[in-house]
Structure formats: C-alpha cells, structure tokens
Ligand binder design. Structure first.
Ligand code: SF4
Ligand code: SF4
Length: 82
C-alpha cells in the first residue's frame, strides 16, 4: 500500500530527503507521494521513513492503494533495477 500526504501538510520539507525511493516531491500546493515509487519502504527499512519524521502526522496509508508485501517487494526490485 502506498502512503499519501494529506492537506494537513505544512510543506516543512523534512520527509522528501528521507525517502529511499525518491517517491516524495513538492506538488503544486503541498508535498506528494508517487504511488508507483512508494514501497512502504519495503526493501530499505522496517518502517515507513516519511511517517517517522513528519511533525504533523499527515502521511497515512492510502486505502485505495492496497498491495501485498510481495507486490511491494516486487516494486522495490523493479525500482533498484531501473
Ligand atoms: Fe518513501 Fe518510504 Fe514514505 Fe513510501 S513510505 S513515500 S517509500 S519514505
Ligand atoms: Fe508535509 Fe509532513 Fe512532509 Fe513536512 S514531513 S513536507 S508536513 S508531509
């Protein structure tokens, strides 16, 4: 499941450099997560790193983007091969 950034984001820029998959970028108004690049940090860390650092807790799991651990691992393998 990819994570998503809600409109509570205060554009603090803390999460972007923490993402091992370069999935986070500044959008038109707030930061955003590319679901094609977010693996929940599977393959890199045990916990989603962006969630750990966000000072306002505005990075939940996206319920519309459910993926199995295996699917996340496959995504990770594809990203590191690219
Ligand atoms: Fe990046 Fe991990 Fe956050 Fe996904 S959960 S956006 S891979 S830091
Ligand atoms: Fe927004 Fe949270 Fe990222 Fe800061 S850490 S830019 S508040 S999503």
């Amino acid at each position: 499941m990819s994570l998503m950034i809600t409109d509570e984001c205060i554009n603090c820029d803390v999460c972007e450099p923490e993402c091992p998959n370069q999935a986070i970028s500044q959008g038109p108004e707030i930061y955003q997560i590319d679901p094609e690049r977010c693996t929940e940090c599977v393959g890199h860390f045990n916990e989603p790193q962006c969630q750990q650092v966000c000072p306002v807790d505005c990075i939940p799991f996206d319920p519309d983007r459910k993926e199995s651990q295996d699917a996340l691992h496959q995504k990770y393998l594809k990203l590191i091969a690219a």
